[in-house]
Design a protein around this ligand. Structure first.
Ligand code: PRP
Ligand code: URA
Length: 210
């Protein structure tokens, strides 16, 4: 899985455990997911180019830096919304696009219902975020969509990935790097990641059926 980077920082591993725990409340789930997203952003952005300029401190003038590329963060609705704030905490200059997709529970195929992107996607570095990469159908469809809108430089960031999903995305989009916090064992018959953390959207928004 050469496109995949698993980020194994101890603080991220601790937080993934909190998200996995079925006793974690919706409120704690949201806070923890946002915190992990911010920590993952450090690793995902570590090769970003900088441009330099002169900055004046109250004492003297010195060399300062800013990000060279325009950054667009694109959450896959709904669950990707849970990672937006964490990313924007460390990338406040980023603009945000949205892709609305849900997985049909019978076919497991993604169904799109909304999209809105900032201008000049083709000149931006796009970070597609969604906590779950299960069959890979949603991420692959979102990537195809982004490319149709002109995006050329895209990275995918998820929290929990299944090997099946990584393979599907890599086959359809071989140039796209994928970052995750853990690579889990497998999928069950309903397309849920095992051990996973359940339905991420439901746990963020409190819409569990139980
Ligand atoms: C979840 C998740 C991904 C998708 C992953 O969304 O947030 O978008 O499933 O599954 P896949 O890799 O098999 O496509 P879901 O369809 O449950 O929608 P929601 O975010 O609105 O709950
Ligand atoms: N979507 C989720 O939210 N969880 C899974 O395990 C699979 C898809």
């Amino acid at each position: 899985m050469k496109n995949l980077t698993v980020i194994t920082h101890p603080l991220i591993r601790r937080d993934v455990t909190i998200l996995r725990d079925k006793k974690t409340t919706n409120a704690e789930f949201r806070t923890t997911l946002s915190r992990i997203a911010g920590m993952m952003a450090f690793q995902v952005t570590k090769d970003f180019a900088l441009s330099s300029f002169q900055v004046s401190t109250p004492m003297a003038t010195t060399k300062g830096f800013k990000l060279k590329e325009s950054i667009v963060v694109v959450p896959v609705l709904r669950a990707g919304l849970g990672m937006v704030e964490g990313f924007l905490d460390v990338l406040p200059e980023a603009r945000v696009g949205h892709v609305g997709l849900y997985r049909d529970e019978t076919t497991l195929r993604p169904v799109d219902y909304y999209s809105k992107f900032p201008r000049q996607l083709s000149k931006s570095l796009v970070i597609l975020i969604d906590p779950m990469l299960a069959t890979g159908g949603s991420a692959a469809a979102a990537l195809t969509f982004l490319k149709q809108k002109g995006a050329k430089n895209i990275r995918v960031v998820c929290l929990v990935a299944a090997p099946e999903g990584v393979r599907v995305v890599t086959k359809q989009h071989p140039e796209v790097p994928i970052f995750c916090a853990c690579l889990d064992r497998s999928l069950n018959a309903r397309g849920y990641i095992i051990p996973g953390l359940g339905d991420a959207g439901d746990r963020i928004f409190g819409t569990e059926k139980l």
